[in-house]
Design a protein around this ligand. Structure first.
Ligand code: HEC
Length: 255
């Protein structure tokens, strides 16, 4: 309980511009501002790119249209514009050789890679729903990112265990503890991320979880009636507007 309080207080400090946080024993219990900023930027870039796919969903699903000109470059350009609006950060001002810069560029390259690899699917005429939706796109981007950066960082979109559709996206023990012990508790401020340093030695990681909630547009697939198949062929979860729908889970090497 004591530890929980510390973590919450120090996170608040870090988020408002305090320095690195230390517990009473002087061992760092939370990450630095730089770590949190990196995680926020990576989450924002993923959300921005997913938003681009979402904004083009009707077009992607249109059976009458062939080439949709949604190339990697087009999607990346729209994503970086959204990213700038969301974060106030112009991506070109981030040093590409810094840790954050290298990760962001690997993520942007992954966005381009996934779009370019899926052109045939997206541009197929005569088929409406092609299964190319924001969640699948995000998973593919995160997988491409992992191939690019290896052990340097990890980004994953997961969800409360009872909601997970894709087995590969199942939450690990830390993610479950964060969902149950923090995000699903009634006192947790909506939208507030949780961050913690975990592990020892080579396993030491800054872990950051960003909660995401169902909006109206999600409920055509994740909402009621529970159990009835949605357009993607998965049974609907019966979720409600505003429920915790997922978590962007990020692992960084402490800097
Ligand atoms: C068209 C139906 C559809 C809509 C709309 C939709 N999803 Fe999903 N969602 C899916 C499918 C299918 C998957 C599995 C994707 C995969 O891994 O390829 C998924 C996966 C997810 C995941 C990853 C964990 C898992 O279950 O595998 C989260 C989190 C999620 N959706 C949240 C949302 C949120 C939040 C919204 C609204 C902003 C939303 N979804 C809108 C169909 C949908």
């Amino acid at each position: 309980m004591e530890r929980l309080r510390f973590a919450a207080i120090f996170l608040a400090l870090a988020a408002t511009g305090g320095g690195a946080a230390f517990s009473a024993t002087n061992a760092p219990v939370v990450q630095t501002d730089a770590d949190l900023t990196t995680a926020r930027l990576l989450a924002a870039m993923l959300q921005s790119a997913r938003g681009v796919i979402s904004s083009h969903q009707d077009e992607i699903n249109d059976p009458a249209r062939g080439d949709k000109h949604l190339t990697g470059d087009v999607v990346l350009k729209e994503a970086t514009a959204r990213f700038q609006t969301q974060t106030g950060t112009d991506i070109s001002t981030i040093d590409p050789t810094s840790y954050a810069g290298r990760l962001l560029h690997a993520q942007m390259d992954s966005i381009v890679e996934v779009m370019d690899a899926n052109q045939a699917t997206i541009n197929q005429e005569g088929i409406g729903f092609k299964g190319f939706i924001p969640a699948t796109f995000a998973r593919l981007v995160n997988e491409a990112f992992e191939r690019r950066v290896g052990n340097e960082a990890r980004i994953k979109v997961t969800a409360p265990p009872q909601l997970v559709r894709n087995r590969q996206s199942r939450p690990d023990a830390w993610e479950i503890a964060t969902i149950d012990g923090r995000f699903e508790t009634k006192d947790w401020p909506k939208g507030e991320l949780f961050a913690e340093v975990t592990g020892e030695g080579a396993d030491r990681r800054v872990r950051v979880a960003v909660p995401e909630y169902y909006s109206q547009s999600c409920l055509s697939c994740h909402g009621a009636p529970q159990g009835e198949l949605d357009i993607t062929g998965y049974p609907r979860e019966g979720a409600a507007l505003g429920d915790l729908g997922g978590v962007i889970s990020i692992q960084l090497l402490p800097q």
